[in-house]
Design a protein around this ligand. Structure first.
Ligand SMILES: Cc1cc2nc3c(=O)[nH]c(=O)nc-3n(C[C@H](O)[C@H](O)[C@H](O)COP(=O)(O)OP(=O)(O)OC[C@H]3O[C@@H](n4cnc5c(N)ncnc54)[C@H](O)[C@@H]3O)c2cc1C
Ligand SMILES: *[C@@H]1O[C@H](CO)[C@@H](O)[C@H](O)[C@H]1NC(C)=O
Ligand SMILES: *[C@@H]1O[C@H](CO)[C@@H](O)[C@H](O)[C@H]1NC(C)=O
Ligand SMILES: *[C@@H]1O[C@H](CO)[C@@H](O)[C@H](O)[C@H]1NC(C)=O
Length: 498
């Protein structure tokens, strides 16, 4: 049999501001021309500053990002491109959930409004070799997860679409929305979606990292309930990714974070919902034996405060956010996963209290440990549409996530909180190994910069993610030009565990 040589013909067409790509041999040909791709989407490249030449004699004195920001400003104006020293820039950097993220100073902030703007951004970043970060709701806690020093921070805040389909089976939502906005909009149609539990959290990071929801026992995590994604790839193409279109990418986006492109629309599966039962119950230490029994068995006990009741999802999301620290404090989040066992829960509680006592004198807003079960129901629901990338083995469950969160006001106290949590985790993991209750999975959306999330999905899943990344992003734009977040090959973003 004779195999014809591969002719990588990629056609670009501009339809309703969205670039599509005809099926060709390679997703991005080896001789992909960034300048030509920009011209194809209507950008007059001759009006932009010359990219830095490698020839030293011609080298511009300007850094690549100052050129890239100038180019974006020429194309989009100062409403969409904020530069350092303006009040709009300061209010943007001040809007992150954690102080650590807000302390970074990007060369400029870009606020695309349409999918084609996002395509332009990716190609401009490539043309000038200027790194960027993408921000959805900005709730990832550590510096650089969705912010960047120098470079371009891309804020998705203008993507606020909420469009319920005529048959009410799905809803298109924009990556700039917060969960309360989604619930408020869709409950008018008697619907809800599998999403976050607290009002102000962003939709995009939560979905791309997994997404624990009130409905997860029945329906799986948020990433398991996406009908399709609109994704801008490294080549600036906007493609629809679903179980039947780019199915490999669909699997990868269910837990793969920001490694495969920039999402400009999520089509979520919707379910009918009027009101739901829920709220917060607060208990004192003298009931903790019963609490651990209840978590272990999923029963319940008498609380000192109880706000459970019937309410709609937006009200629920607001209620559950009460008592959460206001944005702008120093934050750290960490997560590990373990197998469920009653005696072990007691060990964990005792260990946490003993460690917490070592920072009793440090001024804090909070230092908490949360136990979140990953039930058999969740594991089963995660298998739909060929499963996700998280690597949770349904045969070994149920599991639970142990999630640590500290918040404080004094910058210099950070090492103390990192140390006390890292130590607690070390002690718990060591005991888990002794009891054969350890599990490798680290939940990306709760992980600190000192944790390896992608590696925790297992060697086979990690390799599959890398293969998919090389197929759709052959020059590895989303690894090297978007250095923040959890990368496919890097391990923990910060190797210096406290
Ligand atoms: C108060 C609070 C409550 C929470 N509750 C829950 C909960 O109920 N369930 C749960 O599972 N998690 C929960 N989390 C964790 C939450 O999932 C993460 O903080 C998540 O990162 C939030 O997403 P975001 O868009 O706000 O974050 P961001 O910091 O904006 O983004 C996080 C990551 O996603 C990437 N990203 C953002 N937008 C895009 C895009 N459009 N395309 C590609 N990549 C993108 C960013 O580059 C970054 O790496 C909670 C966190 C907080 C602080
Ligand atoms: C890339 O495309 C531009 C614009 O069409 C063209 O001027 C340039 O010569 C091309 N570069 C290469 C290496 O083909
Ligand atoms: C949801 O609950 C809030 C608070 O009670 C209420 O204001 C809102 O009207 C409710 N929404 C719907 C669609 O019923
Ligand atoms: C748990 O709470 C529910 C709802 O309040 C109640 O109906 C049930 O009896 C409680 N179970 C136990 C064991 O107390």
């Amino acid at each position: 049999m004779r195999v014809a040589p591969i002719t990588p013909v990629i056609t670009l067409a501009l339809a309703a501001g969205v670039i599509t790509q005809a099926s060709g041999a390679a997703f991005e040909p080896q001789d992909f021309n960034v300048t030509a791709a920009l011209e194809n989407i209507g950008v007059d490249v001759s009006a932009l500053p010359e990219p830095k030449e490698s020839d030293l004699s011609k080298r511009s004195l300007l850094a690549p990002c100052s050129l890239a920001c100038t180019a974006l400003t020429i194309l989009f104006g100062t409403d969409k491109v904020l530069s350092d020293g303006t009040s709009a820039y300061d209010s943007f950097t001040g809007s992150y959930w954690s102080a650590q993220q807000g302390e970074l100073n990007p060369s400029c902030v870009f606020k695309p409004a349409k999918t084609v703007d996002v395509s332009t951004l990716v190609l401009i970043a490539r043309l000038y070799q200027c790194p960027f970060a993408v921000k959805g709701g900005g709730h990832a806690a550590w510096a650089g997860a969705s912010s960047i020093e120098d470079g371009i921070t891309v804020s998705m805040e203008n993507f606020k679409q909420v469009q319920v389909s005529s048959n009410k089976q799905t809803v298109d939502i924009g990556p700039g929305l917060r969960w309360v906005d989604v619930y408020t909009a869709v409950e008018k149609d008697g619907l809800s979606v599998v999403g976050g539990r607290m009002a102000p959290v962003g939709v995009s990071g939560l979905i791309l990292g997994g997404g624990i929801s009130h409905f997860s026992n029945r329906l799986g995590w948020a990433c398991d309930n996406v009908a399709s994604f609109e994704l801008v790839t490294a080549s600036g193409f906007a493609i629809t990714v679903s179980p039947t279109s780019y199915a490999d990418l669909y699997w990868a986006l269910r837990g793969g974070g920001n490694n495969f492109g920039i999402v400009t629309n999520f089509k979520l599966v919707a379910s009918p919902l009027g009101q739901m039962w829920g709220g917060q119950r607060i208990y004192l230490e003298d009931t903790f034996t019963d609490i651990l029994n209840a978590i272990n068995q999923f029963a319940n006990i008498t609380s000192i405060q109880d706000t459970t009741g019937l309410r709609n999802m937006s009200e629920m999301a607001n209620l559950l956010n009460e008592g959460a620290p206001a944005p702008g404090a120093y934050q750290t989040w960490w997560g590990i996963s373990l197998k469920m066992d009653r005696q072990f829960l007691q060990f964990i509680l005792d260990t946490f209290y003993a460690q917490e006592a070592t920072v009793a004198d440090v001024e804090k807003i909070l230092l908490i440990m949360a136990i979140q079960p990953i039930t058999e129901g969740v594991l089963k629901a995660m298998q739909k549409n060929n499963g996700n990338a998280l690597g949770l083995d349904p045969k070994n469950g149920p599991y639970f996530i142990l999630n640590f969160n500290a918040a404080w006001n004094n910058k210099e106290d950070e090492p103390k909180f990192h140390h006390v949590i890292a130590t607690t985790i070390d002690l718990v993991k060591a005991e888990a190994k002794r009891r054969s209750l350890d599990n490798t999975f680290v939940y990306l959306n709760y992980a600190s910069e000192y944790q390896d999330t992608i590696g925790s999905y297992g060697a086979a899943n990690k390799q599959r993610l890398i293969t998919i990344s090389n197929k759709y992003d052959p020059t590895q734009v989303f690894q090297y030009l978007q250095p923040g977040g959890f990368k496919l090959t890097k391990g923990a973003p910060n190797p210096n565990t406290p």
